[in-house]
Design a protein around this ligand. Structure first.
Ligand code: ZN
Length: 188
């Protein structure tokens, strides 16, 4: 599973690809399965929780999302897993329903490393997608990190970048200039 290069918003040629609406996928092929595996590897290597195919230069409607397990440290130092990790391969995903209510949250993007900004998103979304076996699936009322990642990745498939969703560009901060001990927000 080779890692792929992640296209960068600040590179003019890359940006043209990132701004292009991706094509619907008509068939699940071994090449598509290999692409999904490469995308997981590329995302994990970059410490991301989501990656869309246009970010690796492929204008097709496929994205991957990884939600880390929820863990809680006990007084004795042991760690209890409250919820397992979640892995999604989303082919031709669409938002079929969303809350009217919005939430503003911090977001980053693997195509704009080190930068985070306040992005308004629907509090929850219901998303239909096809899985790698070709079966249509539904994620109901996804909120929190999953809801935000779904909206961010589907935007990538439409050629929309998170900076275009920001209402206040002055909230875009550059953590590359800060101490490396600062906690990094999840990037998608
Ligand atoms: Zn992104």
């Amino acid at each position: 599973m080779p890692k792929r290069r992640i296209l960068q918003i600040e590179d003019l040629h890359d940006k043209r690809v990132l701004k292009t609406r991706a094509h619907a996928i008509k068939q699940i092929t071994p090449a598509l399965q290999a692409l999904a595996a490469d995308m997981f590897e590329t995302m994990h290597a970059a410490n991301g929780v989501g990656l869309a195919a246009p970010q690796v230069g492929i204008s097709q409607r496929i994205a991957v999302i990884w939600i880390p397990p929820e863990e809680e440290e006990q007084p004795d130092g042991s760690i209890i897993e409250l919820a397992p990790e979640q892995n999604y391969v989303l082919i031709n995903p669409e938002i079929v329903k969303h809350s009217d209510k919005e939430e503003i949250g911090q977001e980053g993007c693997l195509s704009l490393p080190g930068r985070y900004g306040d992005v308004p998103r629907a509090s929850w979304v219901t998303v239909d997608y096809t899985d790698l076996k070709g079966k249509r699936q539904r994620i109901r009322k996804a909120n929190g990190l999953l809801g935000r990642a779904l909206q961010h990745e589907i935007d990538h498939l439409d050629g929309v970048l998170f900076t275009e969703r920001m209402r206040d560009l002055s909230t875009l901060k550059d953590i590359r200039t800060q101490s490396p001990n600062d906690v990094e927000e999840p990037v998608v």
